[in-house]
Design a binder for this molecule. Structure first.
Ligand SMILES: [Zn+2]
Length: 377
């Protein structure tokens, strides 16, 4: 029998990357206030064999840097000689924001993740988006866009995806997404525009803005590797879906906000789970005269929370998604077995058991803080 040898296929943007080539480029997507080019660092790894074309992108919000490390490692790790298909690494999508350590495009706070698919005659964000989308994203078959929570918040490792689209769900599952917030996303968002355009794309949220959280980065790299393996881009065995998954609809999640100004003391722990009616945290004034207890509106998993302990009425304290008893058991098992690394970061909780990550148990009262609470008349 004879088979046609697979010599791969060139990857085209407005130039061509040959099969078996890894190309690192700075691609002009706009101009600065000084008129010099704004250049996006991109690595294109084009496999020696043909296969699907995937994009991985980071820093769409310029201060969300965990994903930048993920993309740097992907660009470094994969050898085109051992790859079937193409990996397009968009290292830093929002270059002006990244330079300024800012979420949005400086200086008018324009959200690049509302600017897709872009427009040649549009605002500065839409023009950048147009170049990025037309040249690179639209030449891919699926994608993963890496984000973190906004500054002064923290989020566990989770996926946002339109699970009603089977192609998107397939990507989310092969990325081994355990917690999925289901929804199409906002108008102009890269994952929504690309998914509707037949390029199934998921958003991955992990950790905090302005921070490098290596364990989350490792998790992301492991899951991307499974995704690439699943689609036959790299050799090996892949899982088609995670061991455990909770797909959360819009009605099953809630932002818990403070109704008072003051200091937050988290009360939850050792598991990132709160039971309906139970205290999530307290908010107290500096004299501890008024202590407001914030209760959980339903039983749920805390997927995000404030990273800053001072708050005012209306600010977000926690992001809660509902879970059932089976979910609870799985989450508790995961935390018992792997600590918090597998779920993401939880560096702030009230109740901590021996061995769990988190702050140590409250020390016993040794009499050194007797001024507190006794000075009031
Ligand atoms: Zn973001």
């Amino acid at each position: 029998m004879s088979t046609t040898p697979d010599h791969g296929e060139p990857f085209r943007y407005d130039a061509e990357v040959r099969p078996g080539e890894k190309r690192r480029i700075l691609y002009e997507v706009g101009e600065s206030y000084l008129g010099d080019p704004v250049e996006l660092p991109i690595t294109i790894i084009n496999g020696a064999r043909s296969g699907p074309r995937a994009f991985v992108s980071a820093a769409m919000h310029g201060d969300e840097v965990n994903g930048v490390k993920v993309v740097q490692e992907v660009a470094d790790r994969y050898d085109p000689q051992e790859l079937a298909g193409t990996i397009v690494c968009l290292h830093v999508v929002n270059v002006p924001g990244y330079r300024a350590h800012m979420r949005y495009l400086p200086i008018y706070d324009r959200d690049l993740n509302r600017a897709f698919p872009g427009s040649e005659r549009g605002n500065e964000g839409q023009r950048m988006a147009k170049v990025i989308y037309d040249r690179f994203v639209s030449n891919c078959d699926f994608g993963v866009d890496f984000h973190t929570s906004t500054r002064n918040k923290v989020t566990i490792f989770h996926t946002r995806a339109d699970m009603s689209d089977p192609a998107v769900a397939e990507v989310a599952n092969a990325f081994l997404s355990s917690v999925v917030l289901d929804g199409g996303g906002s108008k102009g968002m890269l994952r929504r525009v690309a998914s509707e355009d037949g390029i199934p794309t998921i958003t991955v949220e992990m950790g905090e803005a302005h921070r490098y959280q290596p364990r989350m980065v490792e998790t992301a790299l492991d899951r991307l590797h499974n995704l690439f393996t699943y689609f036959g881009m790299v050799d090996g065995d892949a899982m088609a879906e995670p061991v455990w998954q909770r797909v959360v609809g819009s009605k099953e999640k809630a932002w818990i906000r403070s109704n008072a100004g003051g200091w937050i003391d988290m009360e939850w722990g050792p598991y990132p789970i709160v039971t309906e009616g139970e205290a999530v945290c307290t908010v107290s004034d500096h004299f501890k005269r008024e202590v407001h207890v914030v209760e959980a509106p339903f039983t749920g998993l805390i997927v995000g929370m404030a990273a800053n302990p001072i708050t005012v009425p209306g600010q977000i304290i926690a992001h809660l998604v509902s879970i059932d008893e089976a979910d609870r058991e799985v989450i508790e098992d995961i935390v018992d077995e792997h600590g918090y690394a597998s779920l993401g970061t939880y560096h702030w909780m009230g109740r901590s058991d021996e061995g769990s990550a988190g702050r140590p148990k409250r020390p016993l009262d040794d009499g050194t803080d007797t001024d507190v609470g006794t000075a009031a008349p």
